[in-house]
Design a protein around this ligand. Structure first.
Ligand SMILES: [Zn+2]
Ligand SMILES: [Zn+2]
Length: 419
């Protein structure tokens, strides 16, 4: 009896662990509910290591675990959910270098308990397939546009038009996330949620769907979602600027500049908590900055802009063809397992999965040793990473060019002064 009680106690502690840790972060002192919600969900995402799982890997995991063959309202029990979550984390560790392996058991426990708290609050021990898909595809890593494309593939008909009732169902599921972190009063599901996203019940295509959900500002009930992605994007942005309130020498993340007070700048922690000092008041209008430009860069930017080198504003998402998109199940893109059949080590995954696509095995004919098979999959991942890197390099090259332009402008100015 005593042991049983102890066991139950441990389980309760496990169930509460994530929430206790979240409480210790003191997010509740953040004044704006949008930032508060986004910070809490970002915390959950990182603590569960979901930020390391790209949305494409998540979609692949849905397929490998047979979720694509099930109706959305099919219920799966918690032990099957645990199997799905386990496979997601074991696959993640296979993609990560050994030095960066995550604790699979802890991640499973935290995520499973969070999902059950969020989606099975009445304790039936069951979650619907759509709950699982909506939650994991929202809370994983990757670009918001890719996540929304996946969501659209799940809620649209064969003509590529959104089904309103299915989108309403998606809202019900996704708004359980803010509710789970105690932000239900601001962002819980209501019967008006659907109308705030699409005021008119007309035909909604993928591009219209993306336009609406990625608008600035986004629909009120989902405003925390793009913010969560922006938080992630600026997390490592460094601003060599002193915070006017806490006086820390530099800032990470967002930087806020008062539009009234001269050179009054706050770090995100101070601004979110409503701190103000001197003549500055937290009623003043503040501008949010997600990058820092040195004065020289600003000059070069101004010059390139005047020369027409800088596009005035980029569209929020690429425009996709109007034809209905095939559901993004990746069946024909990424093989479910590394190529080799001669792998007799622990790398072998679920059974009954389709054989790898021909094109990939042709491009990546590496069969000398079992490790090469894994390398083939890694190569694909590396390719993705490389693409990201190339984009970064291109950006750097642009910056270098801008710096050069600035230098030339400066030289020209000096020459002029010398005259
Ligand atoms: Zn500060
Ligand atoms: Zn001010």
């Amino acid at each position: 009896m005593i042991e049983e009680g102890g066991k139950r106690g441990k389980t309760m502690a496990e169930k509460r662990q994530l929430f206790m840790e979240m409480r210790a972060q003191n997010f509740d002192v953040i004044r704006l509910s949008t930032y508060r919600t986004a910070c809490k969900l970002r915390f959950v995402q990182k603590r569960c290591n979901l930020h390391l799982v790209d949305v494409w890997n998540m979609i692949e995991a849905f397929r490998d675990n047979g979720l694509n063959t099930l109706e959305h309202n099919t219920e799966i029990n918690v032990s099957r959910l645990e199997t799905i979550i386990s496979s997601i984390y074991y696959q993640l560790n296979k993609r990560l270098p050994t030095t960066h392996h995550i604790s699979v058991d802890l991640s499973i426990s935290l995520l499973l308990n969070f999902m059950v708290a969020a989606y099975d609050s009445e304790g039936h021990g069951k979650l619907t397939v759509f709950s699982v898909k909506a939650m994991l595809a929202t809370m994983c890593g990757g670009k918001i546009v890719d996540k929304l494309r996946y969501v659209f593939s799940q809620i649209s008909d064969s003509n590529g038009m959104m089904t309103f009732s299915k989108f309403d169902q998606f809202l019900r599921e996704v708004l359980k996330l803010p509710t789970a972190v105690f932000e239900g009063p601001s962002f819980g599901y209501t019967e008006h949620s659907l109308r705030t996203c699409f005021p008119q019940q007309k035909k909604i295509t993928l591009n219209m769907f993306l336009d609406a959900l990625m608008a600035d500002p986004p629909p009120q009930c989902l405003v925390w979602l793009p913010l969560m992605h922006r938080l992630a994007n600026v997390e490592n942005v460094f601003h060599p600027v002193e915070c006017s309130f806490c006086r820390s020498e530099s800032m990470m993340g967002f930087r806020y500049r008062c539009q009234q007070c001269h050179n009054y700048q706050l770090c995100q922690d101070c601004f979110w908590r409503g701190h103000a000092s001197g003549p500055h008041s937290n009623q003043h209008q503040m501008k949010e900055h997600s990058s820092w430009k040195s004065p020289a860069k600003k000059l070069s930017h101004a010059i390139s802009k005047s020369l027409g080198c800088v596009p005035s504003r980029e569209p929020p998402h690429p425009v996709f063809p109007e034809q209905p998109e095939r559901p993004l199940d990746l069946a024909h893109i990424v093989p479910p397992r590394p190529i080799a059949n001669n792998m007799n080590d622990t790398m072998v995954m679920s059974s009954g999965a389709p054989t790898p696509t021909k094109s990939l095995s042709q491009t990546l004919t590496v069969r000398q040793c079992p490790l090469n098979a894994l390398n083939a999959l890694n190569a694909l991942n590396a390719l993705n990473a490389l693409n990201a890197l190339n984009a970064l390099n291109a950006l750097n090259a642009l910056n270098a060019l801008n710096a050069l332009n600035a230098l030339n402008a400066l030289n020209a100015l000096n020459a002029l002064n010398a005259r």
